[in-house]
Design a protein around this ligand. Structure first.
Ligand code: ZN
Length: 364
């Protein structure tokens, strides 16, 4: 099994185009053509993790955080990033990161947190715009039917809990074939005006190329007329944070104890318990303080995240309870999520979860 098959699988789950501009998800060392002997999953691919991978016979490390963020100008081993990269290359280990793209999909980091806490009715807290396109293609009924099937198969036509969504309406096409053309309808040099259909389908931006190729392959015209429109619609399944409800309201303090226990947090730093009971909970793995306003506007009683600064605790201002459980703690179950996906999909090699706690924060 080549690494590129593993990458294609992970990227079908969390398309790389969904990562933030500052991010550096993807393959950081190694070659996509290498044979996978085993995968080690972790949050942070440190030197210790590379050592662990060697010990376990794994030549691929799948980490949530990219060890290389900005560019490396020299690799002499003077800091932990350079040492890790050097070591990985020397040991023939591929380092792959699946970071903010995994944060932004509805099946990713934040769903795992929401499930761990026991929330129901989970949805994206801040759904994104600019992720959807309208794909339009034209042709007679018998030409357009197989095209529609091919588009559905390529992942077009999904809206929330529905798939195979499309709209078709009839009209009149016109075209005149040149001497180089191979018209299915009409003759060269003459205008044809066949009855045609306009087929419209919603397609996520990252699937447009595949949908276009599939439509082309199944369309019998030598020149397929099509349009791609960017849309302003929000994509309900893509964006930052998630929000959901506890099955029954809990007393605020009891919820914080529950949170601490089920996320394995040593400390929960929280704002004043301005609610007696809590039910609607917003979550964001890692540094989620930027979602404070959104969580308040969505009526969350609590925002569970990490990396809140002193002054940001003031910003809660009695409108919400901020619960900071620590960055590592908030994302620890991402390891189970990725390892679960990989071991279910690939049976020809072993997928291991790291036994190393890479949390750089210690508590006294
Ligand atoms: Zn993180």
């Amino acid at each position: 099994m080549q690494l590129n098959e593993v990458i294609a699988f992970l990227e079908s789950k969390a398309p790389p185009s969904l990562q933030e501009d500052y991010d550096n998800s993807g393959l950081l060392t190694g070659s996509p053509e290498m044979d996978v002997q085993g995968i080690l999953v972790c949050l942070d691919s440190t030197e210790e993790i590379v050592e662990e991978a060697v010990r376990l016979g794994c030549n691929v490390v799948v980490a949530h955080h990219p060890i290389v963020f900005g560019g490396l100008k020299r690799i002499t081993g003077k800091n932990y990033v350079e040492r890790t990269v050097l070591r990985a290359i020397r040991e023939g280990i591929a380092l792959y990161a699946i970071h903010t793209n995994l944060d932004h999909v509805h099946t990713g980091v934040n769903r795992r947190i929401a499930e761990q806490i026991g929330l129901g009715g989970i949805r994206i807290l801040e759904p994104r715009t600019g992720q959807l396109c309208k794909f339009v293609v034209y042709g007679p009924r018998d030409v357009i039917q197989p095209v529609r099937e091919a588009i559905f198969l390529a992942g077009g036509g999904q809206i929330g809990a529905y798939d195979e969504c499309s709209f078709m309406h009839p009209g009149k096409g016109s075209f005149r074939a040149s001497e180089e053309a191979h018209p299915v309808i009409g003759a060269r040099g003459e205008r044809a005006e066949p009855d045609e259909y306009r087929l419209e389908v919603l397609v996520p931006r990252w699937k447009v190329a595949e949908v276009l190729a599939s439509a082309r392959a199944s369309h019998s015209y030598d020149e397929m007329a099509y349009d791609i429109y960017p849309l302003e619609n929000v994509h309900q399944e893509v964006g930052a944070g998630m929000i959901g409800e506890l099955p029954v309201p809990m007393r605020a303090e009891a919820f914080l104890h529950h949170l601490k226990q089920c996320m394995g947090a040593q400390v929960v730093r929280h704002t004043r318990l301005c609610r007696e009971e809590v039910r609607r909970i917003a979550v964001c793995g890692g540094s989620g303080s930027f979602l404070l306003g959104k969580a308040i506007s969505q009526g969350a009683d609590v925002l569970v995240s990490a990396d809140f600064r002193y002054h940001q605790f003031f910003d809660a201002d009695g409108r919400i309870i901020v619960a900071d459980i620590g960055h590592y703690e908030s994302e620890r179950y991402t390891i189970d999520l990725l390892a679960g996906w990989l071991s279910e999909k690939f049976r020809t090699f072993a997928t291991h979860k790291t036994g190393v706690v890479t949390n750089p924060v210690n508590y006294l």
